[in-house]
Design a protein around this ligand. Sequence first.
Ligand code: ME8
Length: 678
Amino acid sequence: MQDKKFYITTPIYYVTAKPHLGSLYSTVLADVAARWHKLMGYRTFLLTGTDEHGQKIAQAAEQAGMPVKQFVDQFIPAYKGMWDTYEIEYNHFIRTTDAGHVHAVQQWIEQMLKQGDIYKSFYEGWYCVPDETFVTVDESLNSSSHPSIHFADANQSGRAELTQPKPGDTGPACPTCSRPTVFVSEESYFFRLSKYQDALLKFYKENPTFILPKERAQEVIRFVEAGLKDLSISRTSISWGIPFPGDPKHVVYVWADALNNYLTAVGYPDASFKQWWPPDVQVLGKDIVRFHAVFWPAFLMATRVELPKHLLVHGWIKVGEHKMSKSLGNVVDPQLLFDRYGAEPVRYYLTRYMAITHDSSFSDADLEQKVSTDLANDLGNLLNRMLVLAQKFELSSVALVAQWSQPTQELQLSLKNTIELYRAHMREYQFHLALGELWKFIGHTNAYFHGQEPWKVAKQSEPCTHGELNCSAKDRCVSPKFIEIISATAHSLRAAALLLWPVLPKKMETLLNALGHQLNISTTDIIDQLETQPWNQTFMLKSIEPLFAKYEPAPAENAEPKKEVKEAENAITIQDFTKIELLVGTVKACEPVPKSDKLYRLEVDFGPHGKREILSGVRKDLAIEELLGKQGVFVFNLAPRPMMGFTSHGMMLFAKDSEGKTKPLTVATPVPDGSRVS
Ligand code: ME8
């Protein structure tokens, strides 16, 4: 019998801060895929974790003035807590500082050295620390929206422009994140990537669905066809990394360490790793596709183990026009979203509306609108209307229906087609398309329920549905037609709940319970049963609270002011107001002004408007940490004011909370620095 195992991974996240909506997105997608396979009777293994070595983390710890291990440790509860909050059923959380991983990576390096896949040479070139990536001058000049990776020239045939700078000099902008690269010139171990060029191209050809969506494969293939150079996989200028076996000057390059987590987390080099190997799907963002589609398969070829079956590469979540990222400082905090909407509406919105195939903008307003329409109206209301109507006519136990009318048979056929399409999209991990199909069916069920007008046919009590000649409940008896409509709607809702369970697990379990059903995950393929079995279910209906909240759209700009609002005595006109330029900025530095017990000197980043020195008299009220790194609202066009030997070029805004404590005026969700408040 075919082993129904499903091994899925998320990227392991750099721990320079708490998780954000981007990291949650990849993790939710992996959870949805794993749960979908659970429904189909698979044993599943979902791996996630954190990437804790490398220059970027070491620098962040240094900036925070903390020992690196202590620095990374502090974020782990936030990651694990967030995954629990969002109902992520992960099987293992790997940290690359785990002793088992460190040891396994060292064994892997030793094996590569022994078989000649790793050798020692010298590396010179530009390095992007935030992306932990080697970048060529050509790439930075021809920068596109996609990242490019530099492969060191093992023969040291570097061009003139690469040899002029000194180590540590800053250089051309990184093509991915646009920040300056630094020059690196050091002895290095190299992985013989060039040796695997042909094998990689053959593999892509023979496995056209290795990279999903398939459209993303072309870029990778072109890149490999252009020629691969050997890859530097050790560093001597940093010390925060896995010690290179047998050469203590070197630490393992962070990507050679990190990629191997997918092997070491399931037990490699112990043979037990084979019970899960290979990964069935690896979820990642397009920013790291080449690491996973080029280096990683080459490493695995050298390791002589099977390659992953699919890489699921998704686009970016953007805020406005920019990719949301820790380093750009515009991340959305999933905790705030949870507090406002709960976990499952956010899971739904991410899965359905942040389409895998392209970049998508995230906005609270859109989330509220989609949750209200799809979840509260289309699905939640349908359930409630059915339950309320059944209750009104005292129908709680819905018996088997022997014969279905034509409209119900059409609904059944529509479900069959939906399941087929849903399955096909899920097979390719196109969750948004699968959900789109399901919503067509939910629409069909709504139309059916409405069109059948069950409230009109409920009281036709001939013949008695209890089948008794002198039925004591006769005056309350409902018609067979009514039972059919309720049963058909309940069958449809049950099917929707099962199909949706991977995305909205708790809500869909509540929905099933309201129908008198429950979900039992086992080795049975529930989806197969759903598709093949006739509608032969009975239901025990229970009224429940509405499953989903509805959100009112924000009032239109020119809406009438509410009557109870008092006119301000010294009202100003809108023209007066627009004279004040209010901008959002991030406090990049905050220090006390010498000889003043009131003032802080802030350095504030206004994005495209540059950085400014701003003085603020809140030293007695707020600690430095309460301002540092925070986005606040500033009066940007205040005339410069000299104060205590400095000049303030603006004013930060504050308000007092209910306890009278001063708090900076912040934005609910991060926005790009320099955004205008209007
Ligand atoms: O790259 N939209 O870690 P990382 C969508 N440690 N997804 C996003 C996103 C956004 N705006 N921002 C982040 C690393 N992600 C390495 C990975 S794996 C062996 C090592 C998601 O913390 C997306 O999956 O920068 C992206 O690839 C990943 O987080 C990058 O996380």
